[in-house]
Write a protein that binds this ligand. Structure first.
Ligand SMILES: C[S@@+](CC[C@H](N)C(=O)[O-])C[C@H]1O[C@@H](n2cnc3c(N)ncnc32)[C@H](O)[C@@H]1O
Ligand SMILES: [Zn+2]
Length: 294
């Protein structure tokens, strides 16, 4: 297997390195974080939580898992994997060292599973860390990666993008896909020359669904990429294609996995619930941001 779990975790309470000790991670001061039987660890201290059950709910995660498993966003996963594995700075030695990659806000792990598959096909060694603030997301991700019963491809951690439990300059890639980037923290954990692989919804993303559930749809023009301090924009790309959902359950899953479910009025949700079939535009933007080496 060319992907292995990332292991350089740090204590969320004092930042010291964590050592694996049987079924726990322990820091030199004795803070201990037990691994759940399903194969993940919770490194989100209560003081970093804004609510009792932060992040996406169990129902949202289950809906996203079913929707993504149907393959509707497979081209997005391919785009993310290609951008992650492309390394024009070390093109002559692409397989020399394992690339340390974090998916920050990984959800139920779809994009990391696809990345691990591509890396294995291409014999490209990776160490993988999947982190999300939702324990339901990480539980679902870990269950699909051996569930604690066989060796995992990825280290699965409940944690926050605002306080990543890893040392400075310990990663070469941070993926942030439909997520919540915290650029100063991403800059701290990336090595110089390391890259953020960011994918966000473009202006036309799922516009047909928005036109059904909202009384009035605001179309905002494409914004020029905002480059955060300490980074340069290495690459940007648009991916646009059509999908058709011909099962009301899939339409319901799509609505539930997006913020539209909570933003739409009851009347808007009811209209969506009546749909038997829906043709949709997928429109996303990739940005590859490289941390300055100087
Ligand atoms: C729109 S979902 C995208 C999930 C995944 N990247 C995907 O595309 O399938 C956003 C994810 O970010 C997580 N999240 C929200 N705030 C976060 C934070 N501060 N740190 C880490 N994850 C966060 C949510 O729990 C949710 O799983
Ligand atoms: Zn500690």
């Amino acid at each position: 297997m060319s992907t292995t779990p990332f292991t350089a975790l740090t204590c969320p309470l004092d930042g010291d390195p964590l050592q694996a000790e049987s079924n726990s991670w322990v820091c030199p001061s004795g803070h201990r974080f037990d691994c759940a039987a399903q194969g993940y660890v919770n490194l989100l201290p209560v003081q970093h939580k804004r609510s009792r059950d932060p992040g996406d709910s169990k129902e949202m995660i289950a809906a996203r898992q079913r929707f993504l498993a149907a393959g509707h966003y497979a081209p997005i996963a391919e785009l993310a994997a290609s951008a992650t594995l492309t390394d024009d700075t070390t093109a002559s030695h692409p397989n020399a060292n394992a690339l340390a990659c974090l998916d920050a806000g990984c959800g139920e792990g779809y994009y990391l599973r696809k990345l691990a598959g591509r890396a294995t096909q291409e014999n490209h060694p990776l160490t993988l860390l999947g982190l999300d603030i939702s324990k339901w997301a990480i539980l679902a991700a870990a269950k699909q990666d051996g569930g604690g019963k066989r060796p995992a491809t990825t280290c699965w951690v409940v944690g926050s993008n605002a306080h990543l439990p890893v040392p400075p300059a310990s990663l070469q890639r941070v993926l942030c896909l439909f997520g919540f980037p915290v650029y100063p923290e991403f800059a701290r954990v990336l090595q110089p020359g390391g890259r953020i692989i960011q994918i966000d919804a473009g202006p036309d993303h799922l516009c047909e669904l928005r036109e059904i559930i909202y009384p009035c749809v605001k179309t905002s023009p494409d914004q020029p990429a905002k480059v955060p301090s300490g980074f340069e924009l290495r690459h940007q790309e648009t991916l646009r294609y059509g999908i058709t959902l011909d099962d009301p359950a899939q339409i319901a899953d799509l609505l539930l996995m997006t913020p539209h479910f909570y933003r739409a009025s009851p009347a808007g949700r009811e209209k969506a619930a009546q749909l038997k079939k829906l043709a949709l535009t997928v429109d996303v933007r990739l940005q590859v941001l490289e941390k300055f080496s100087g």
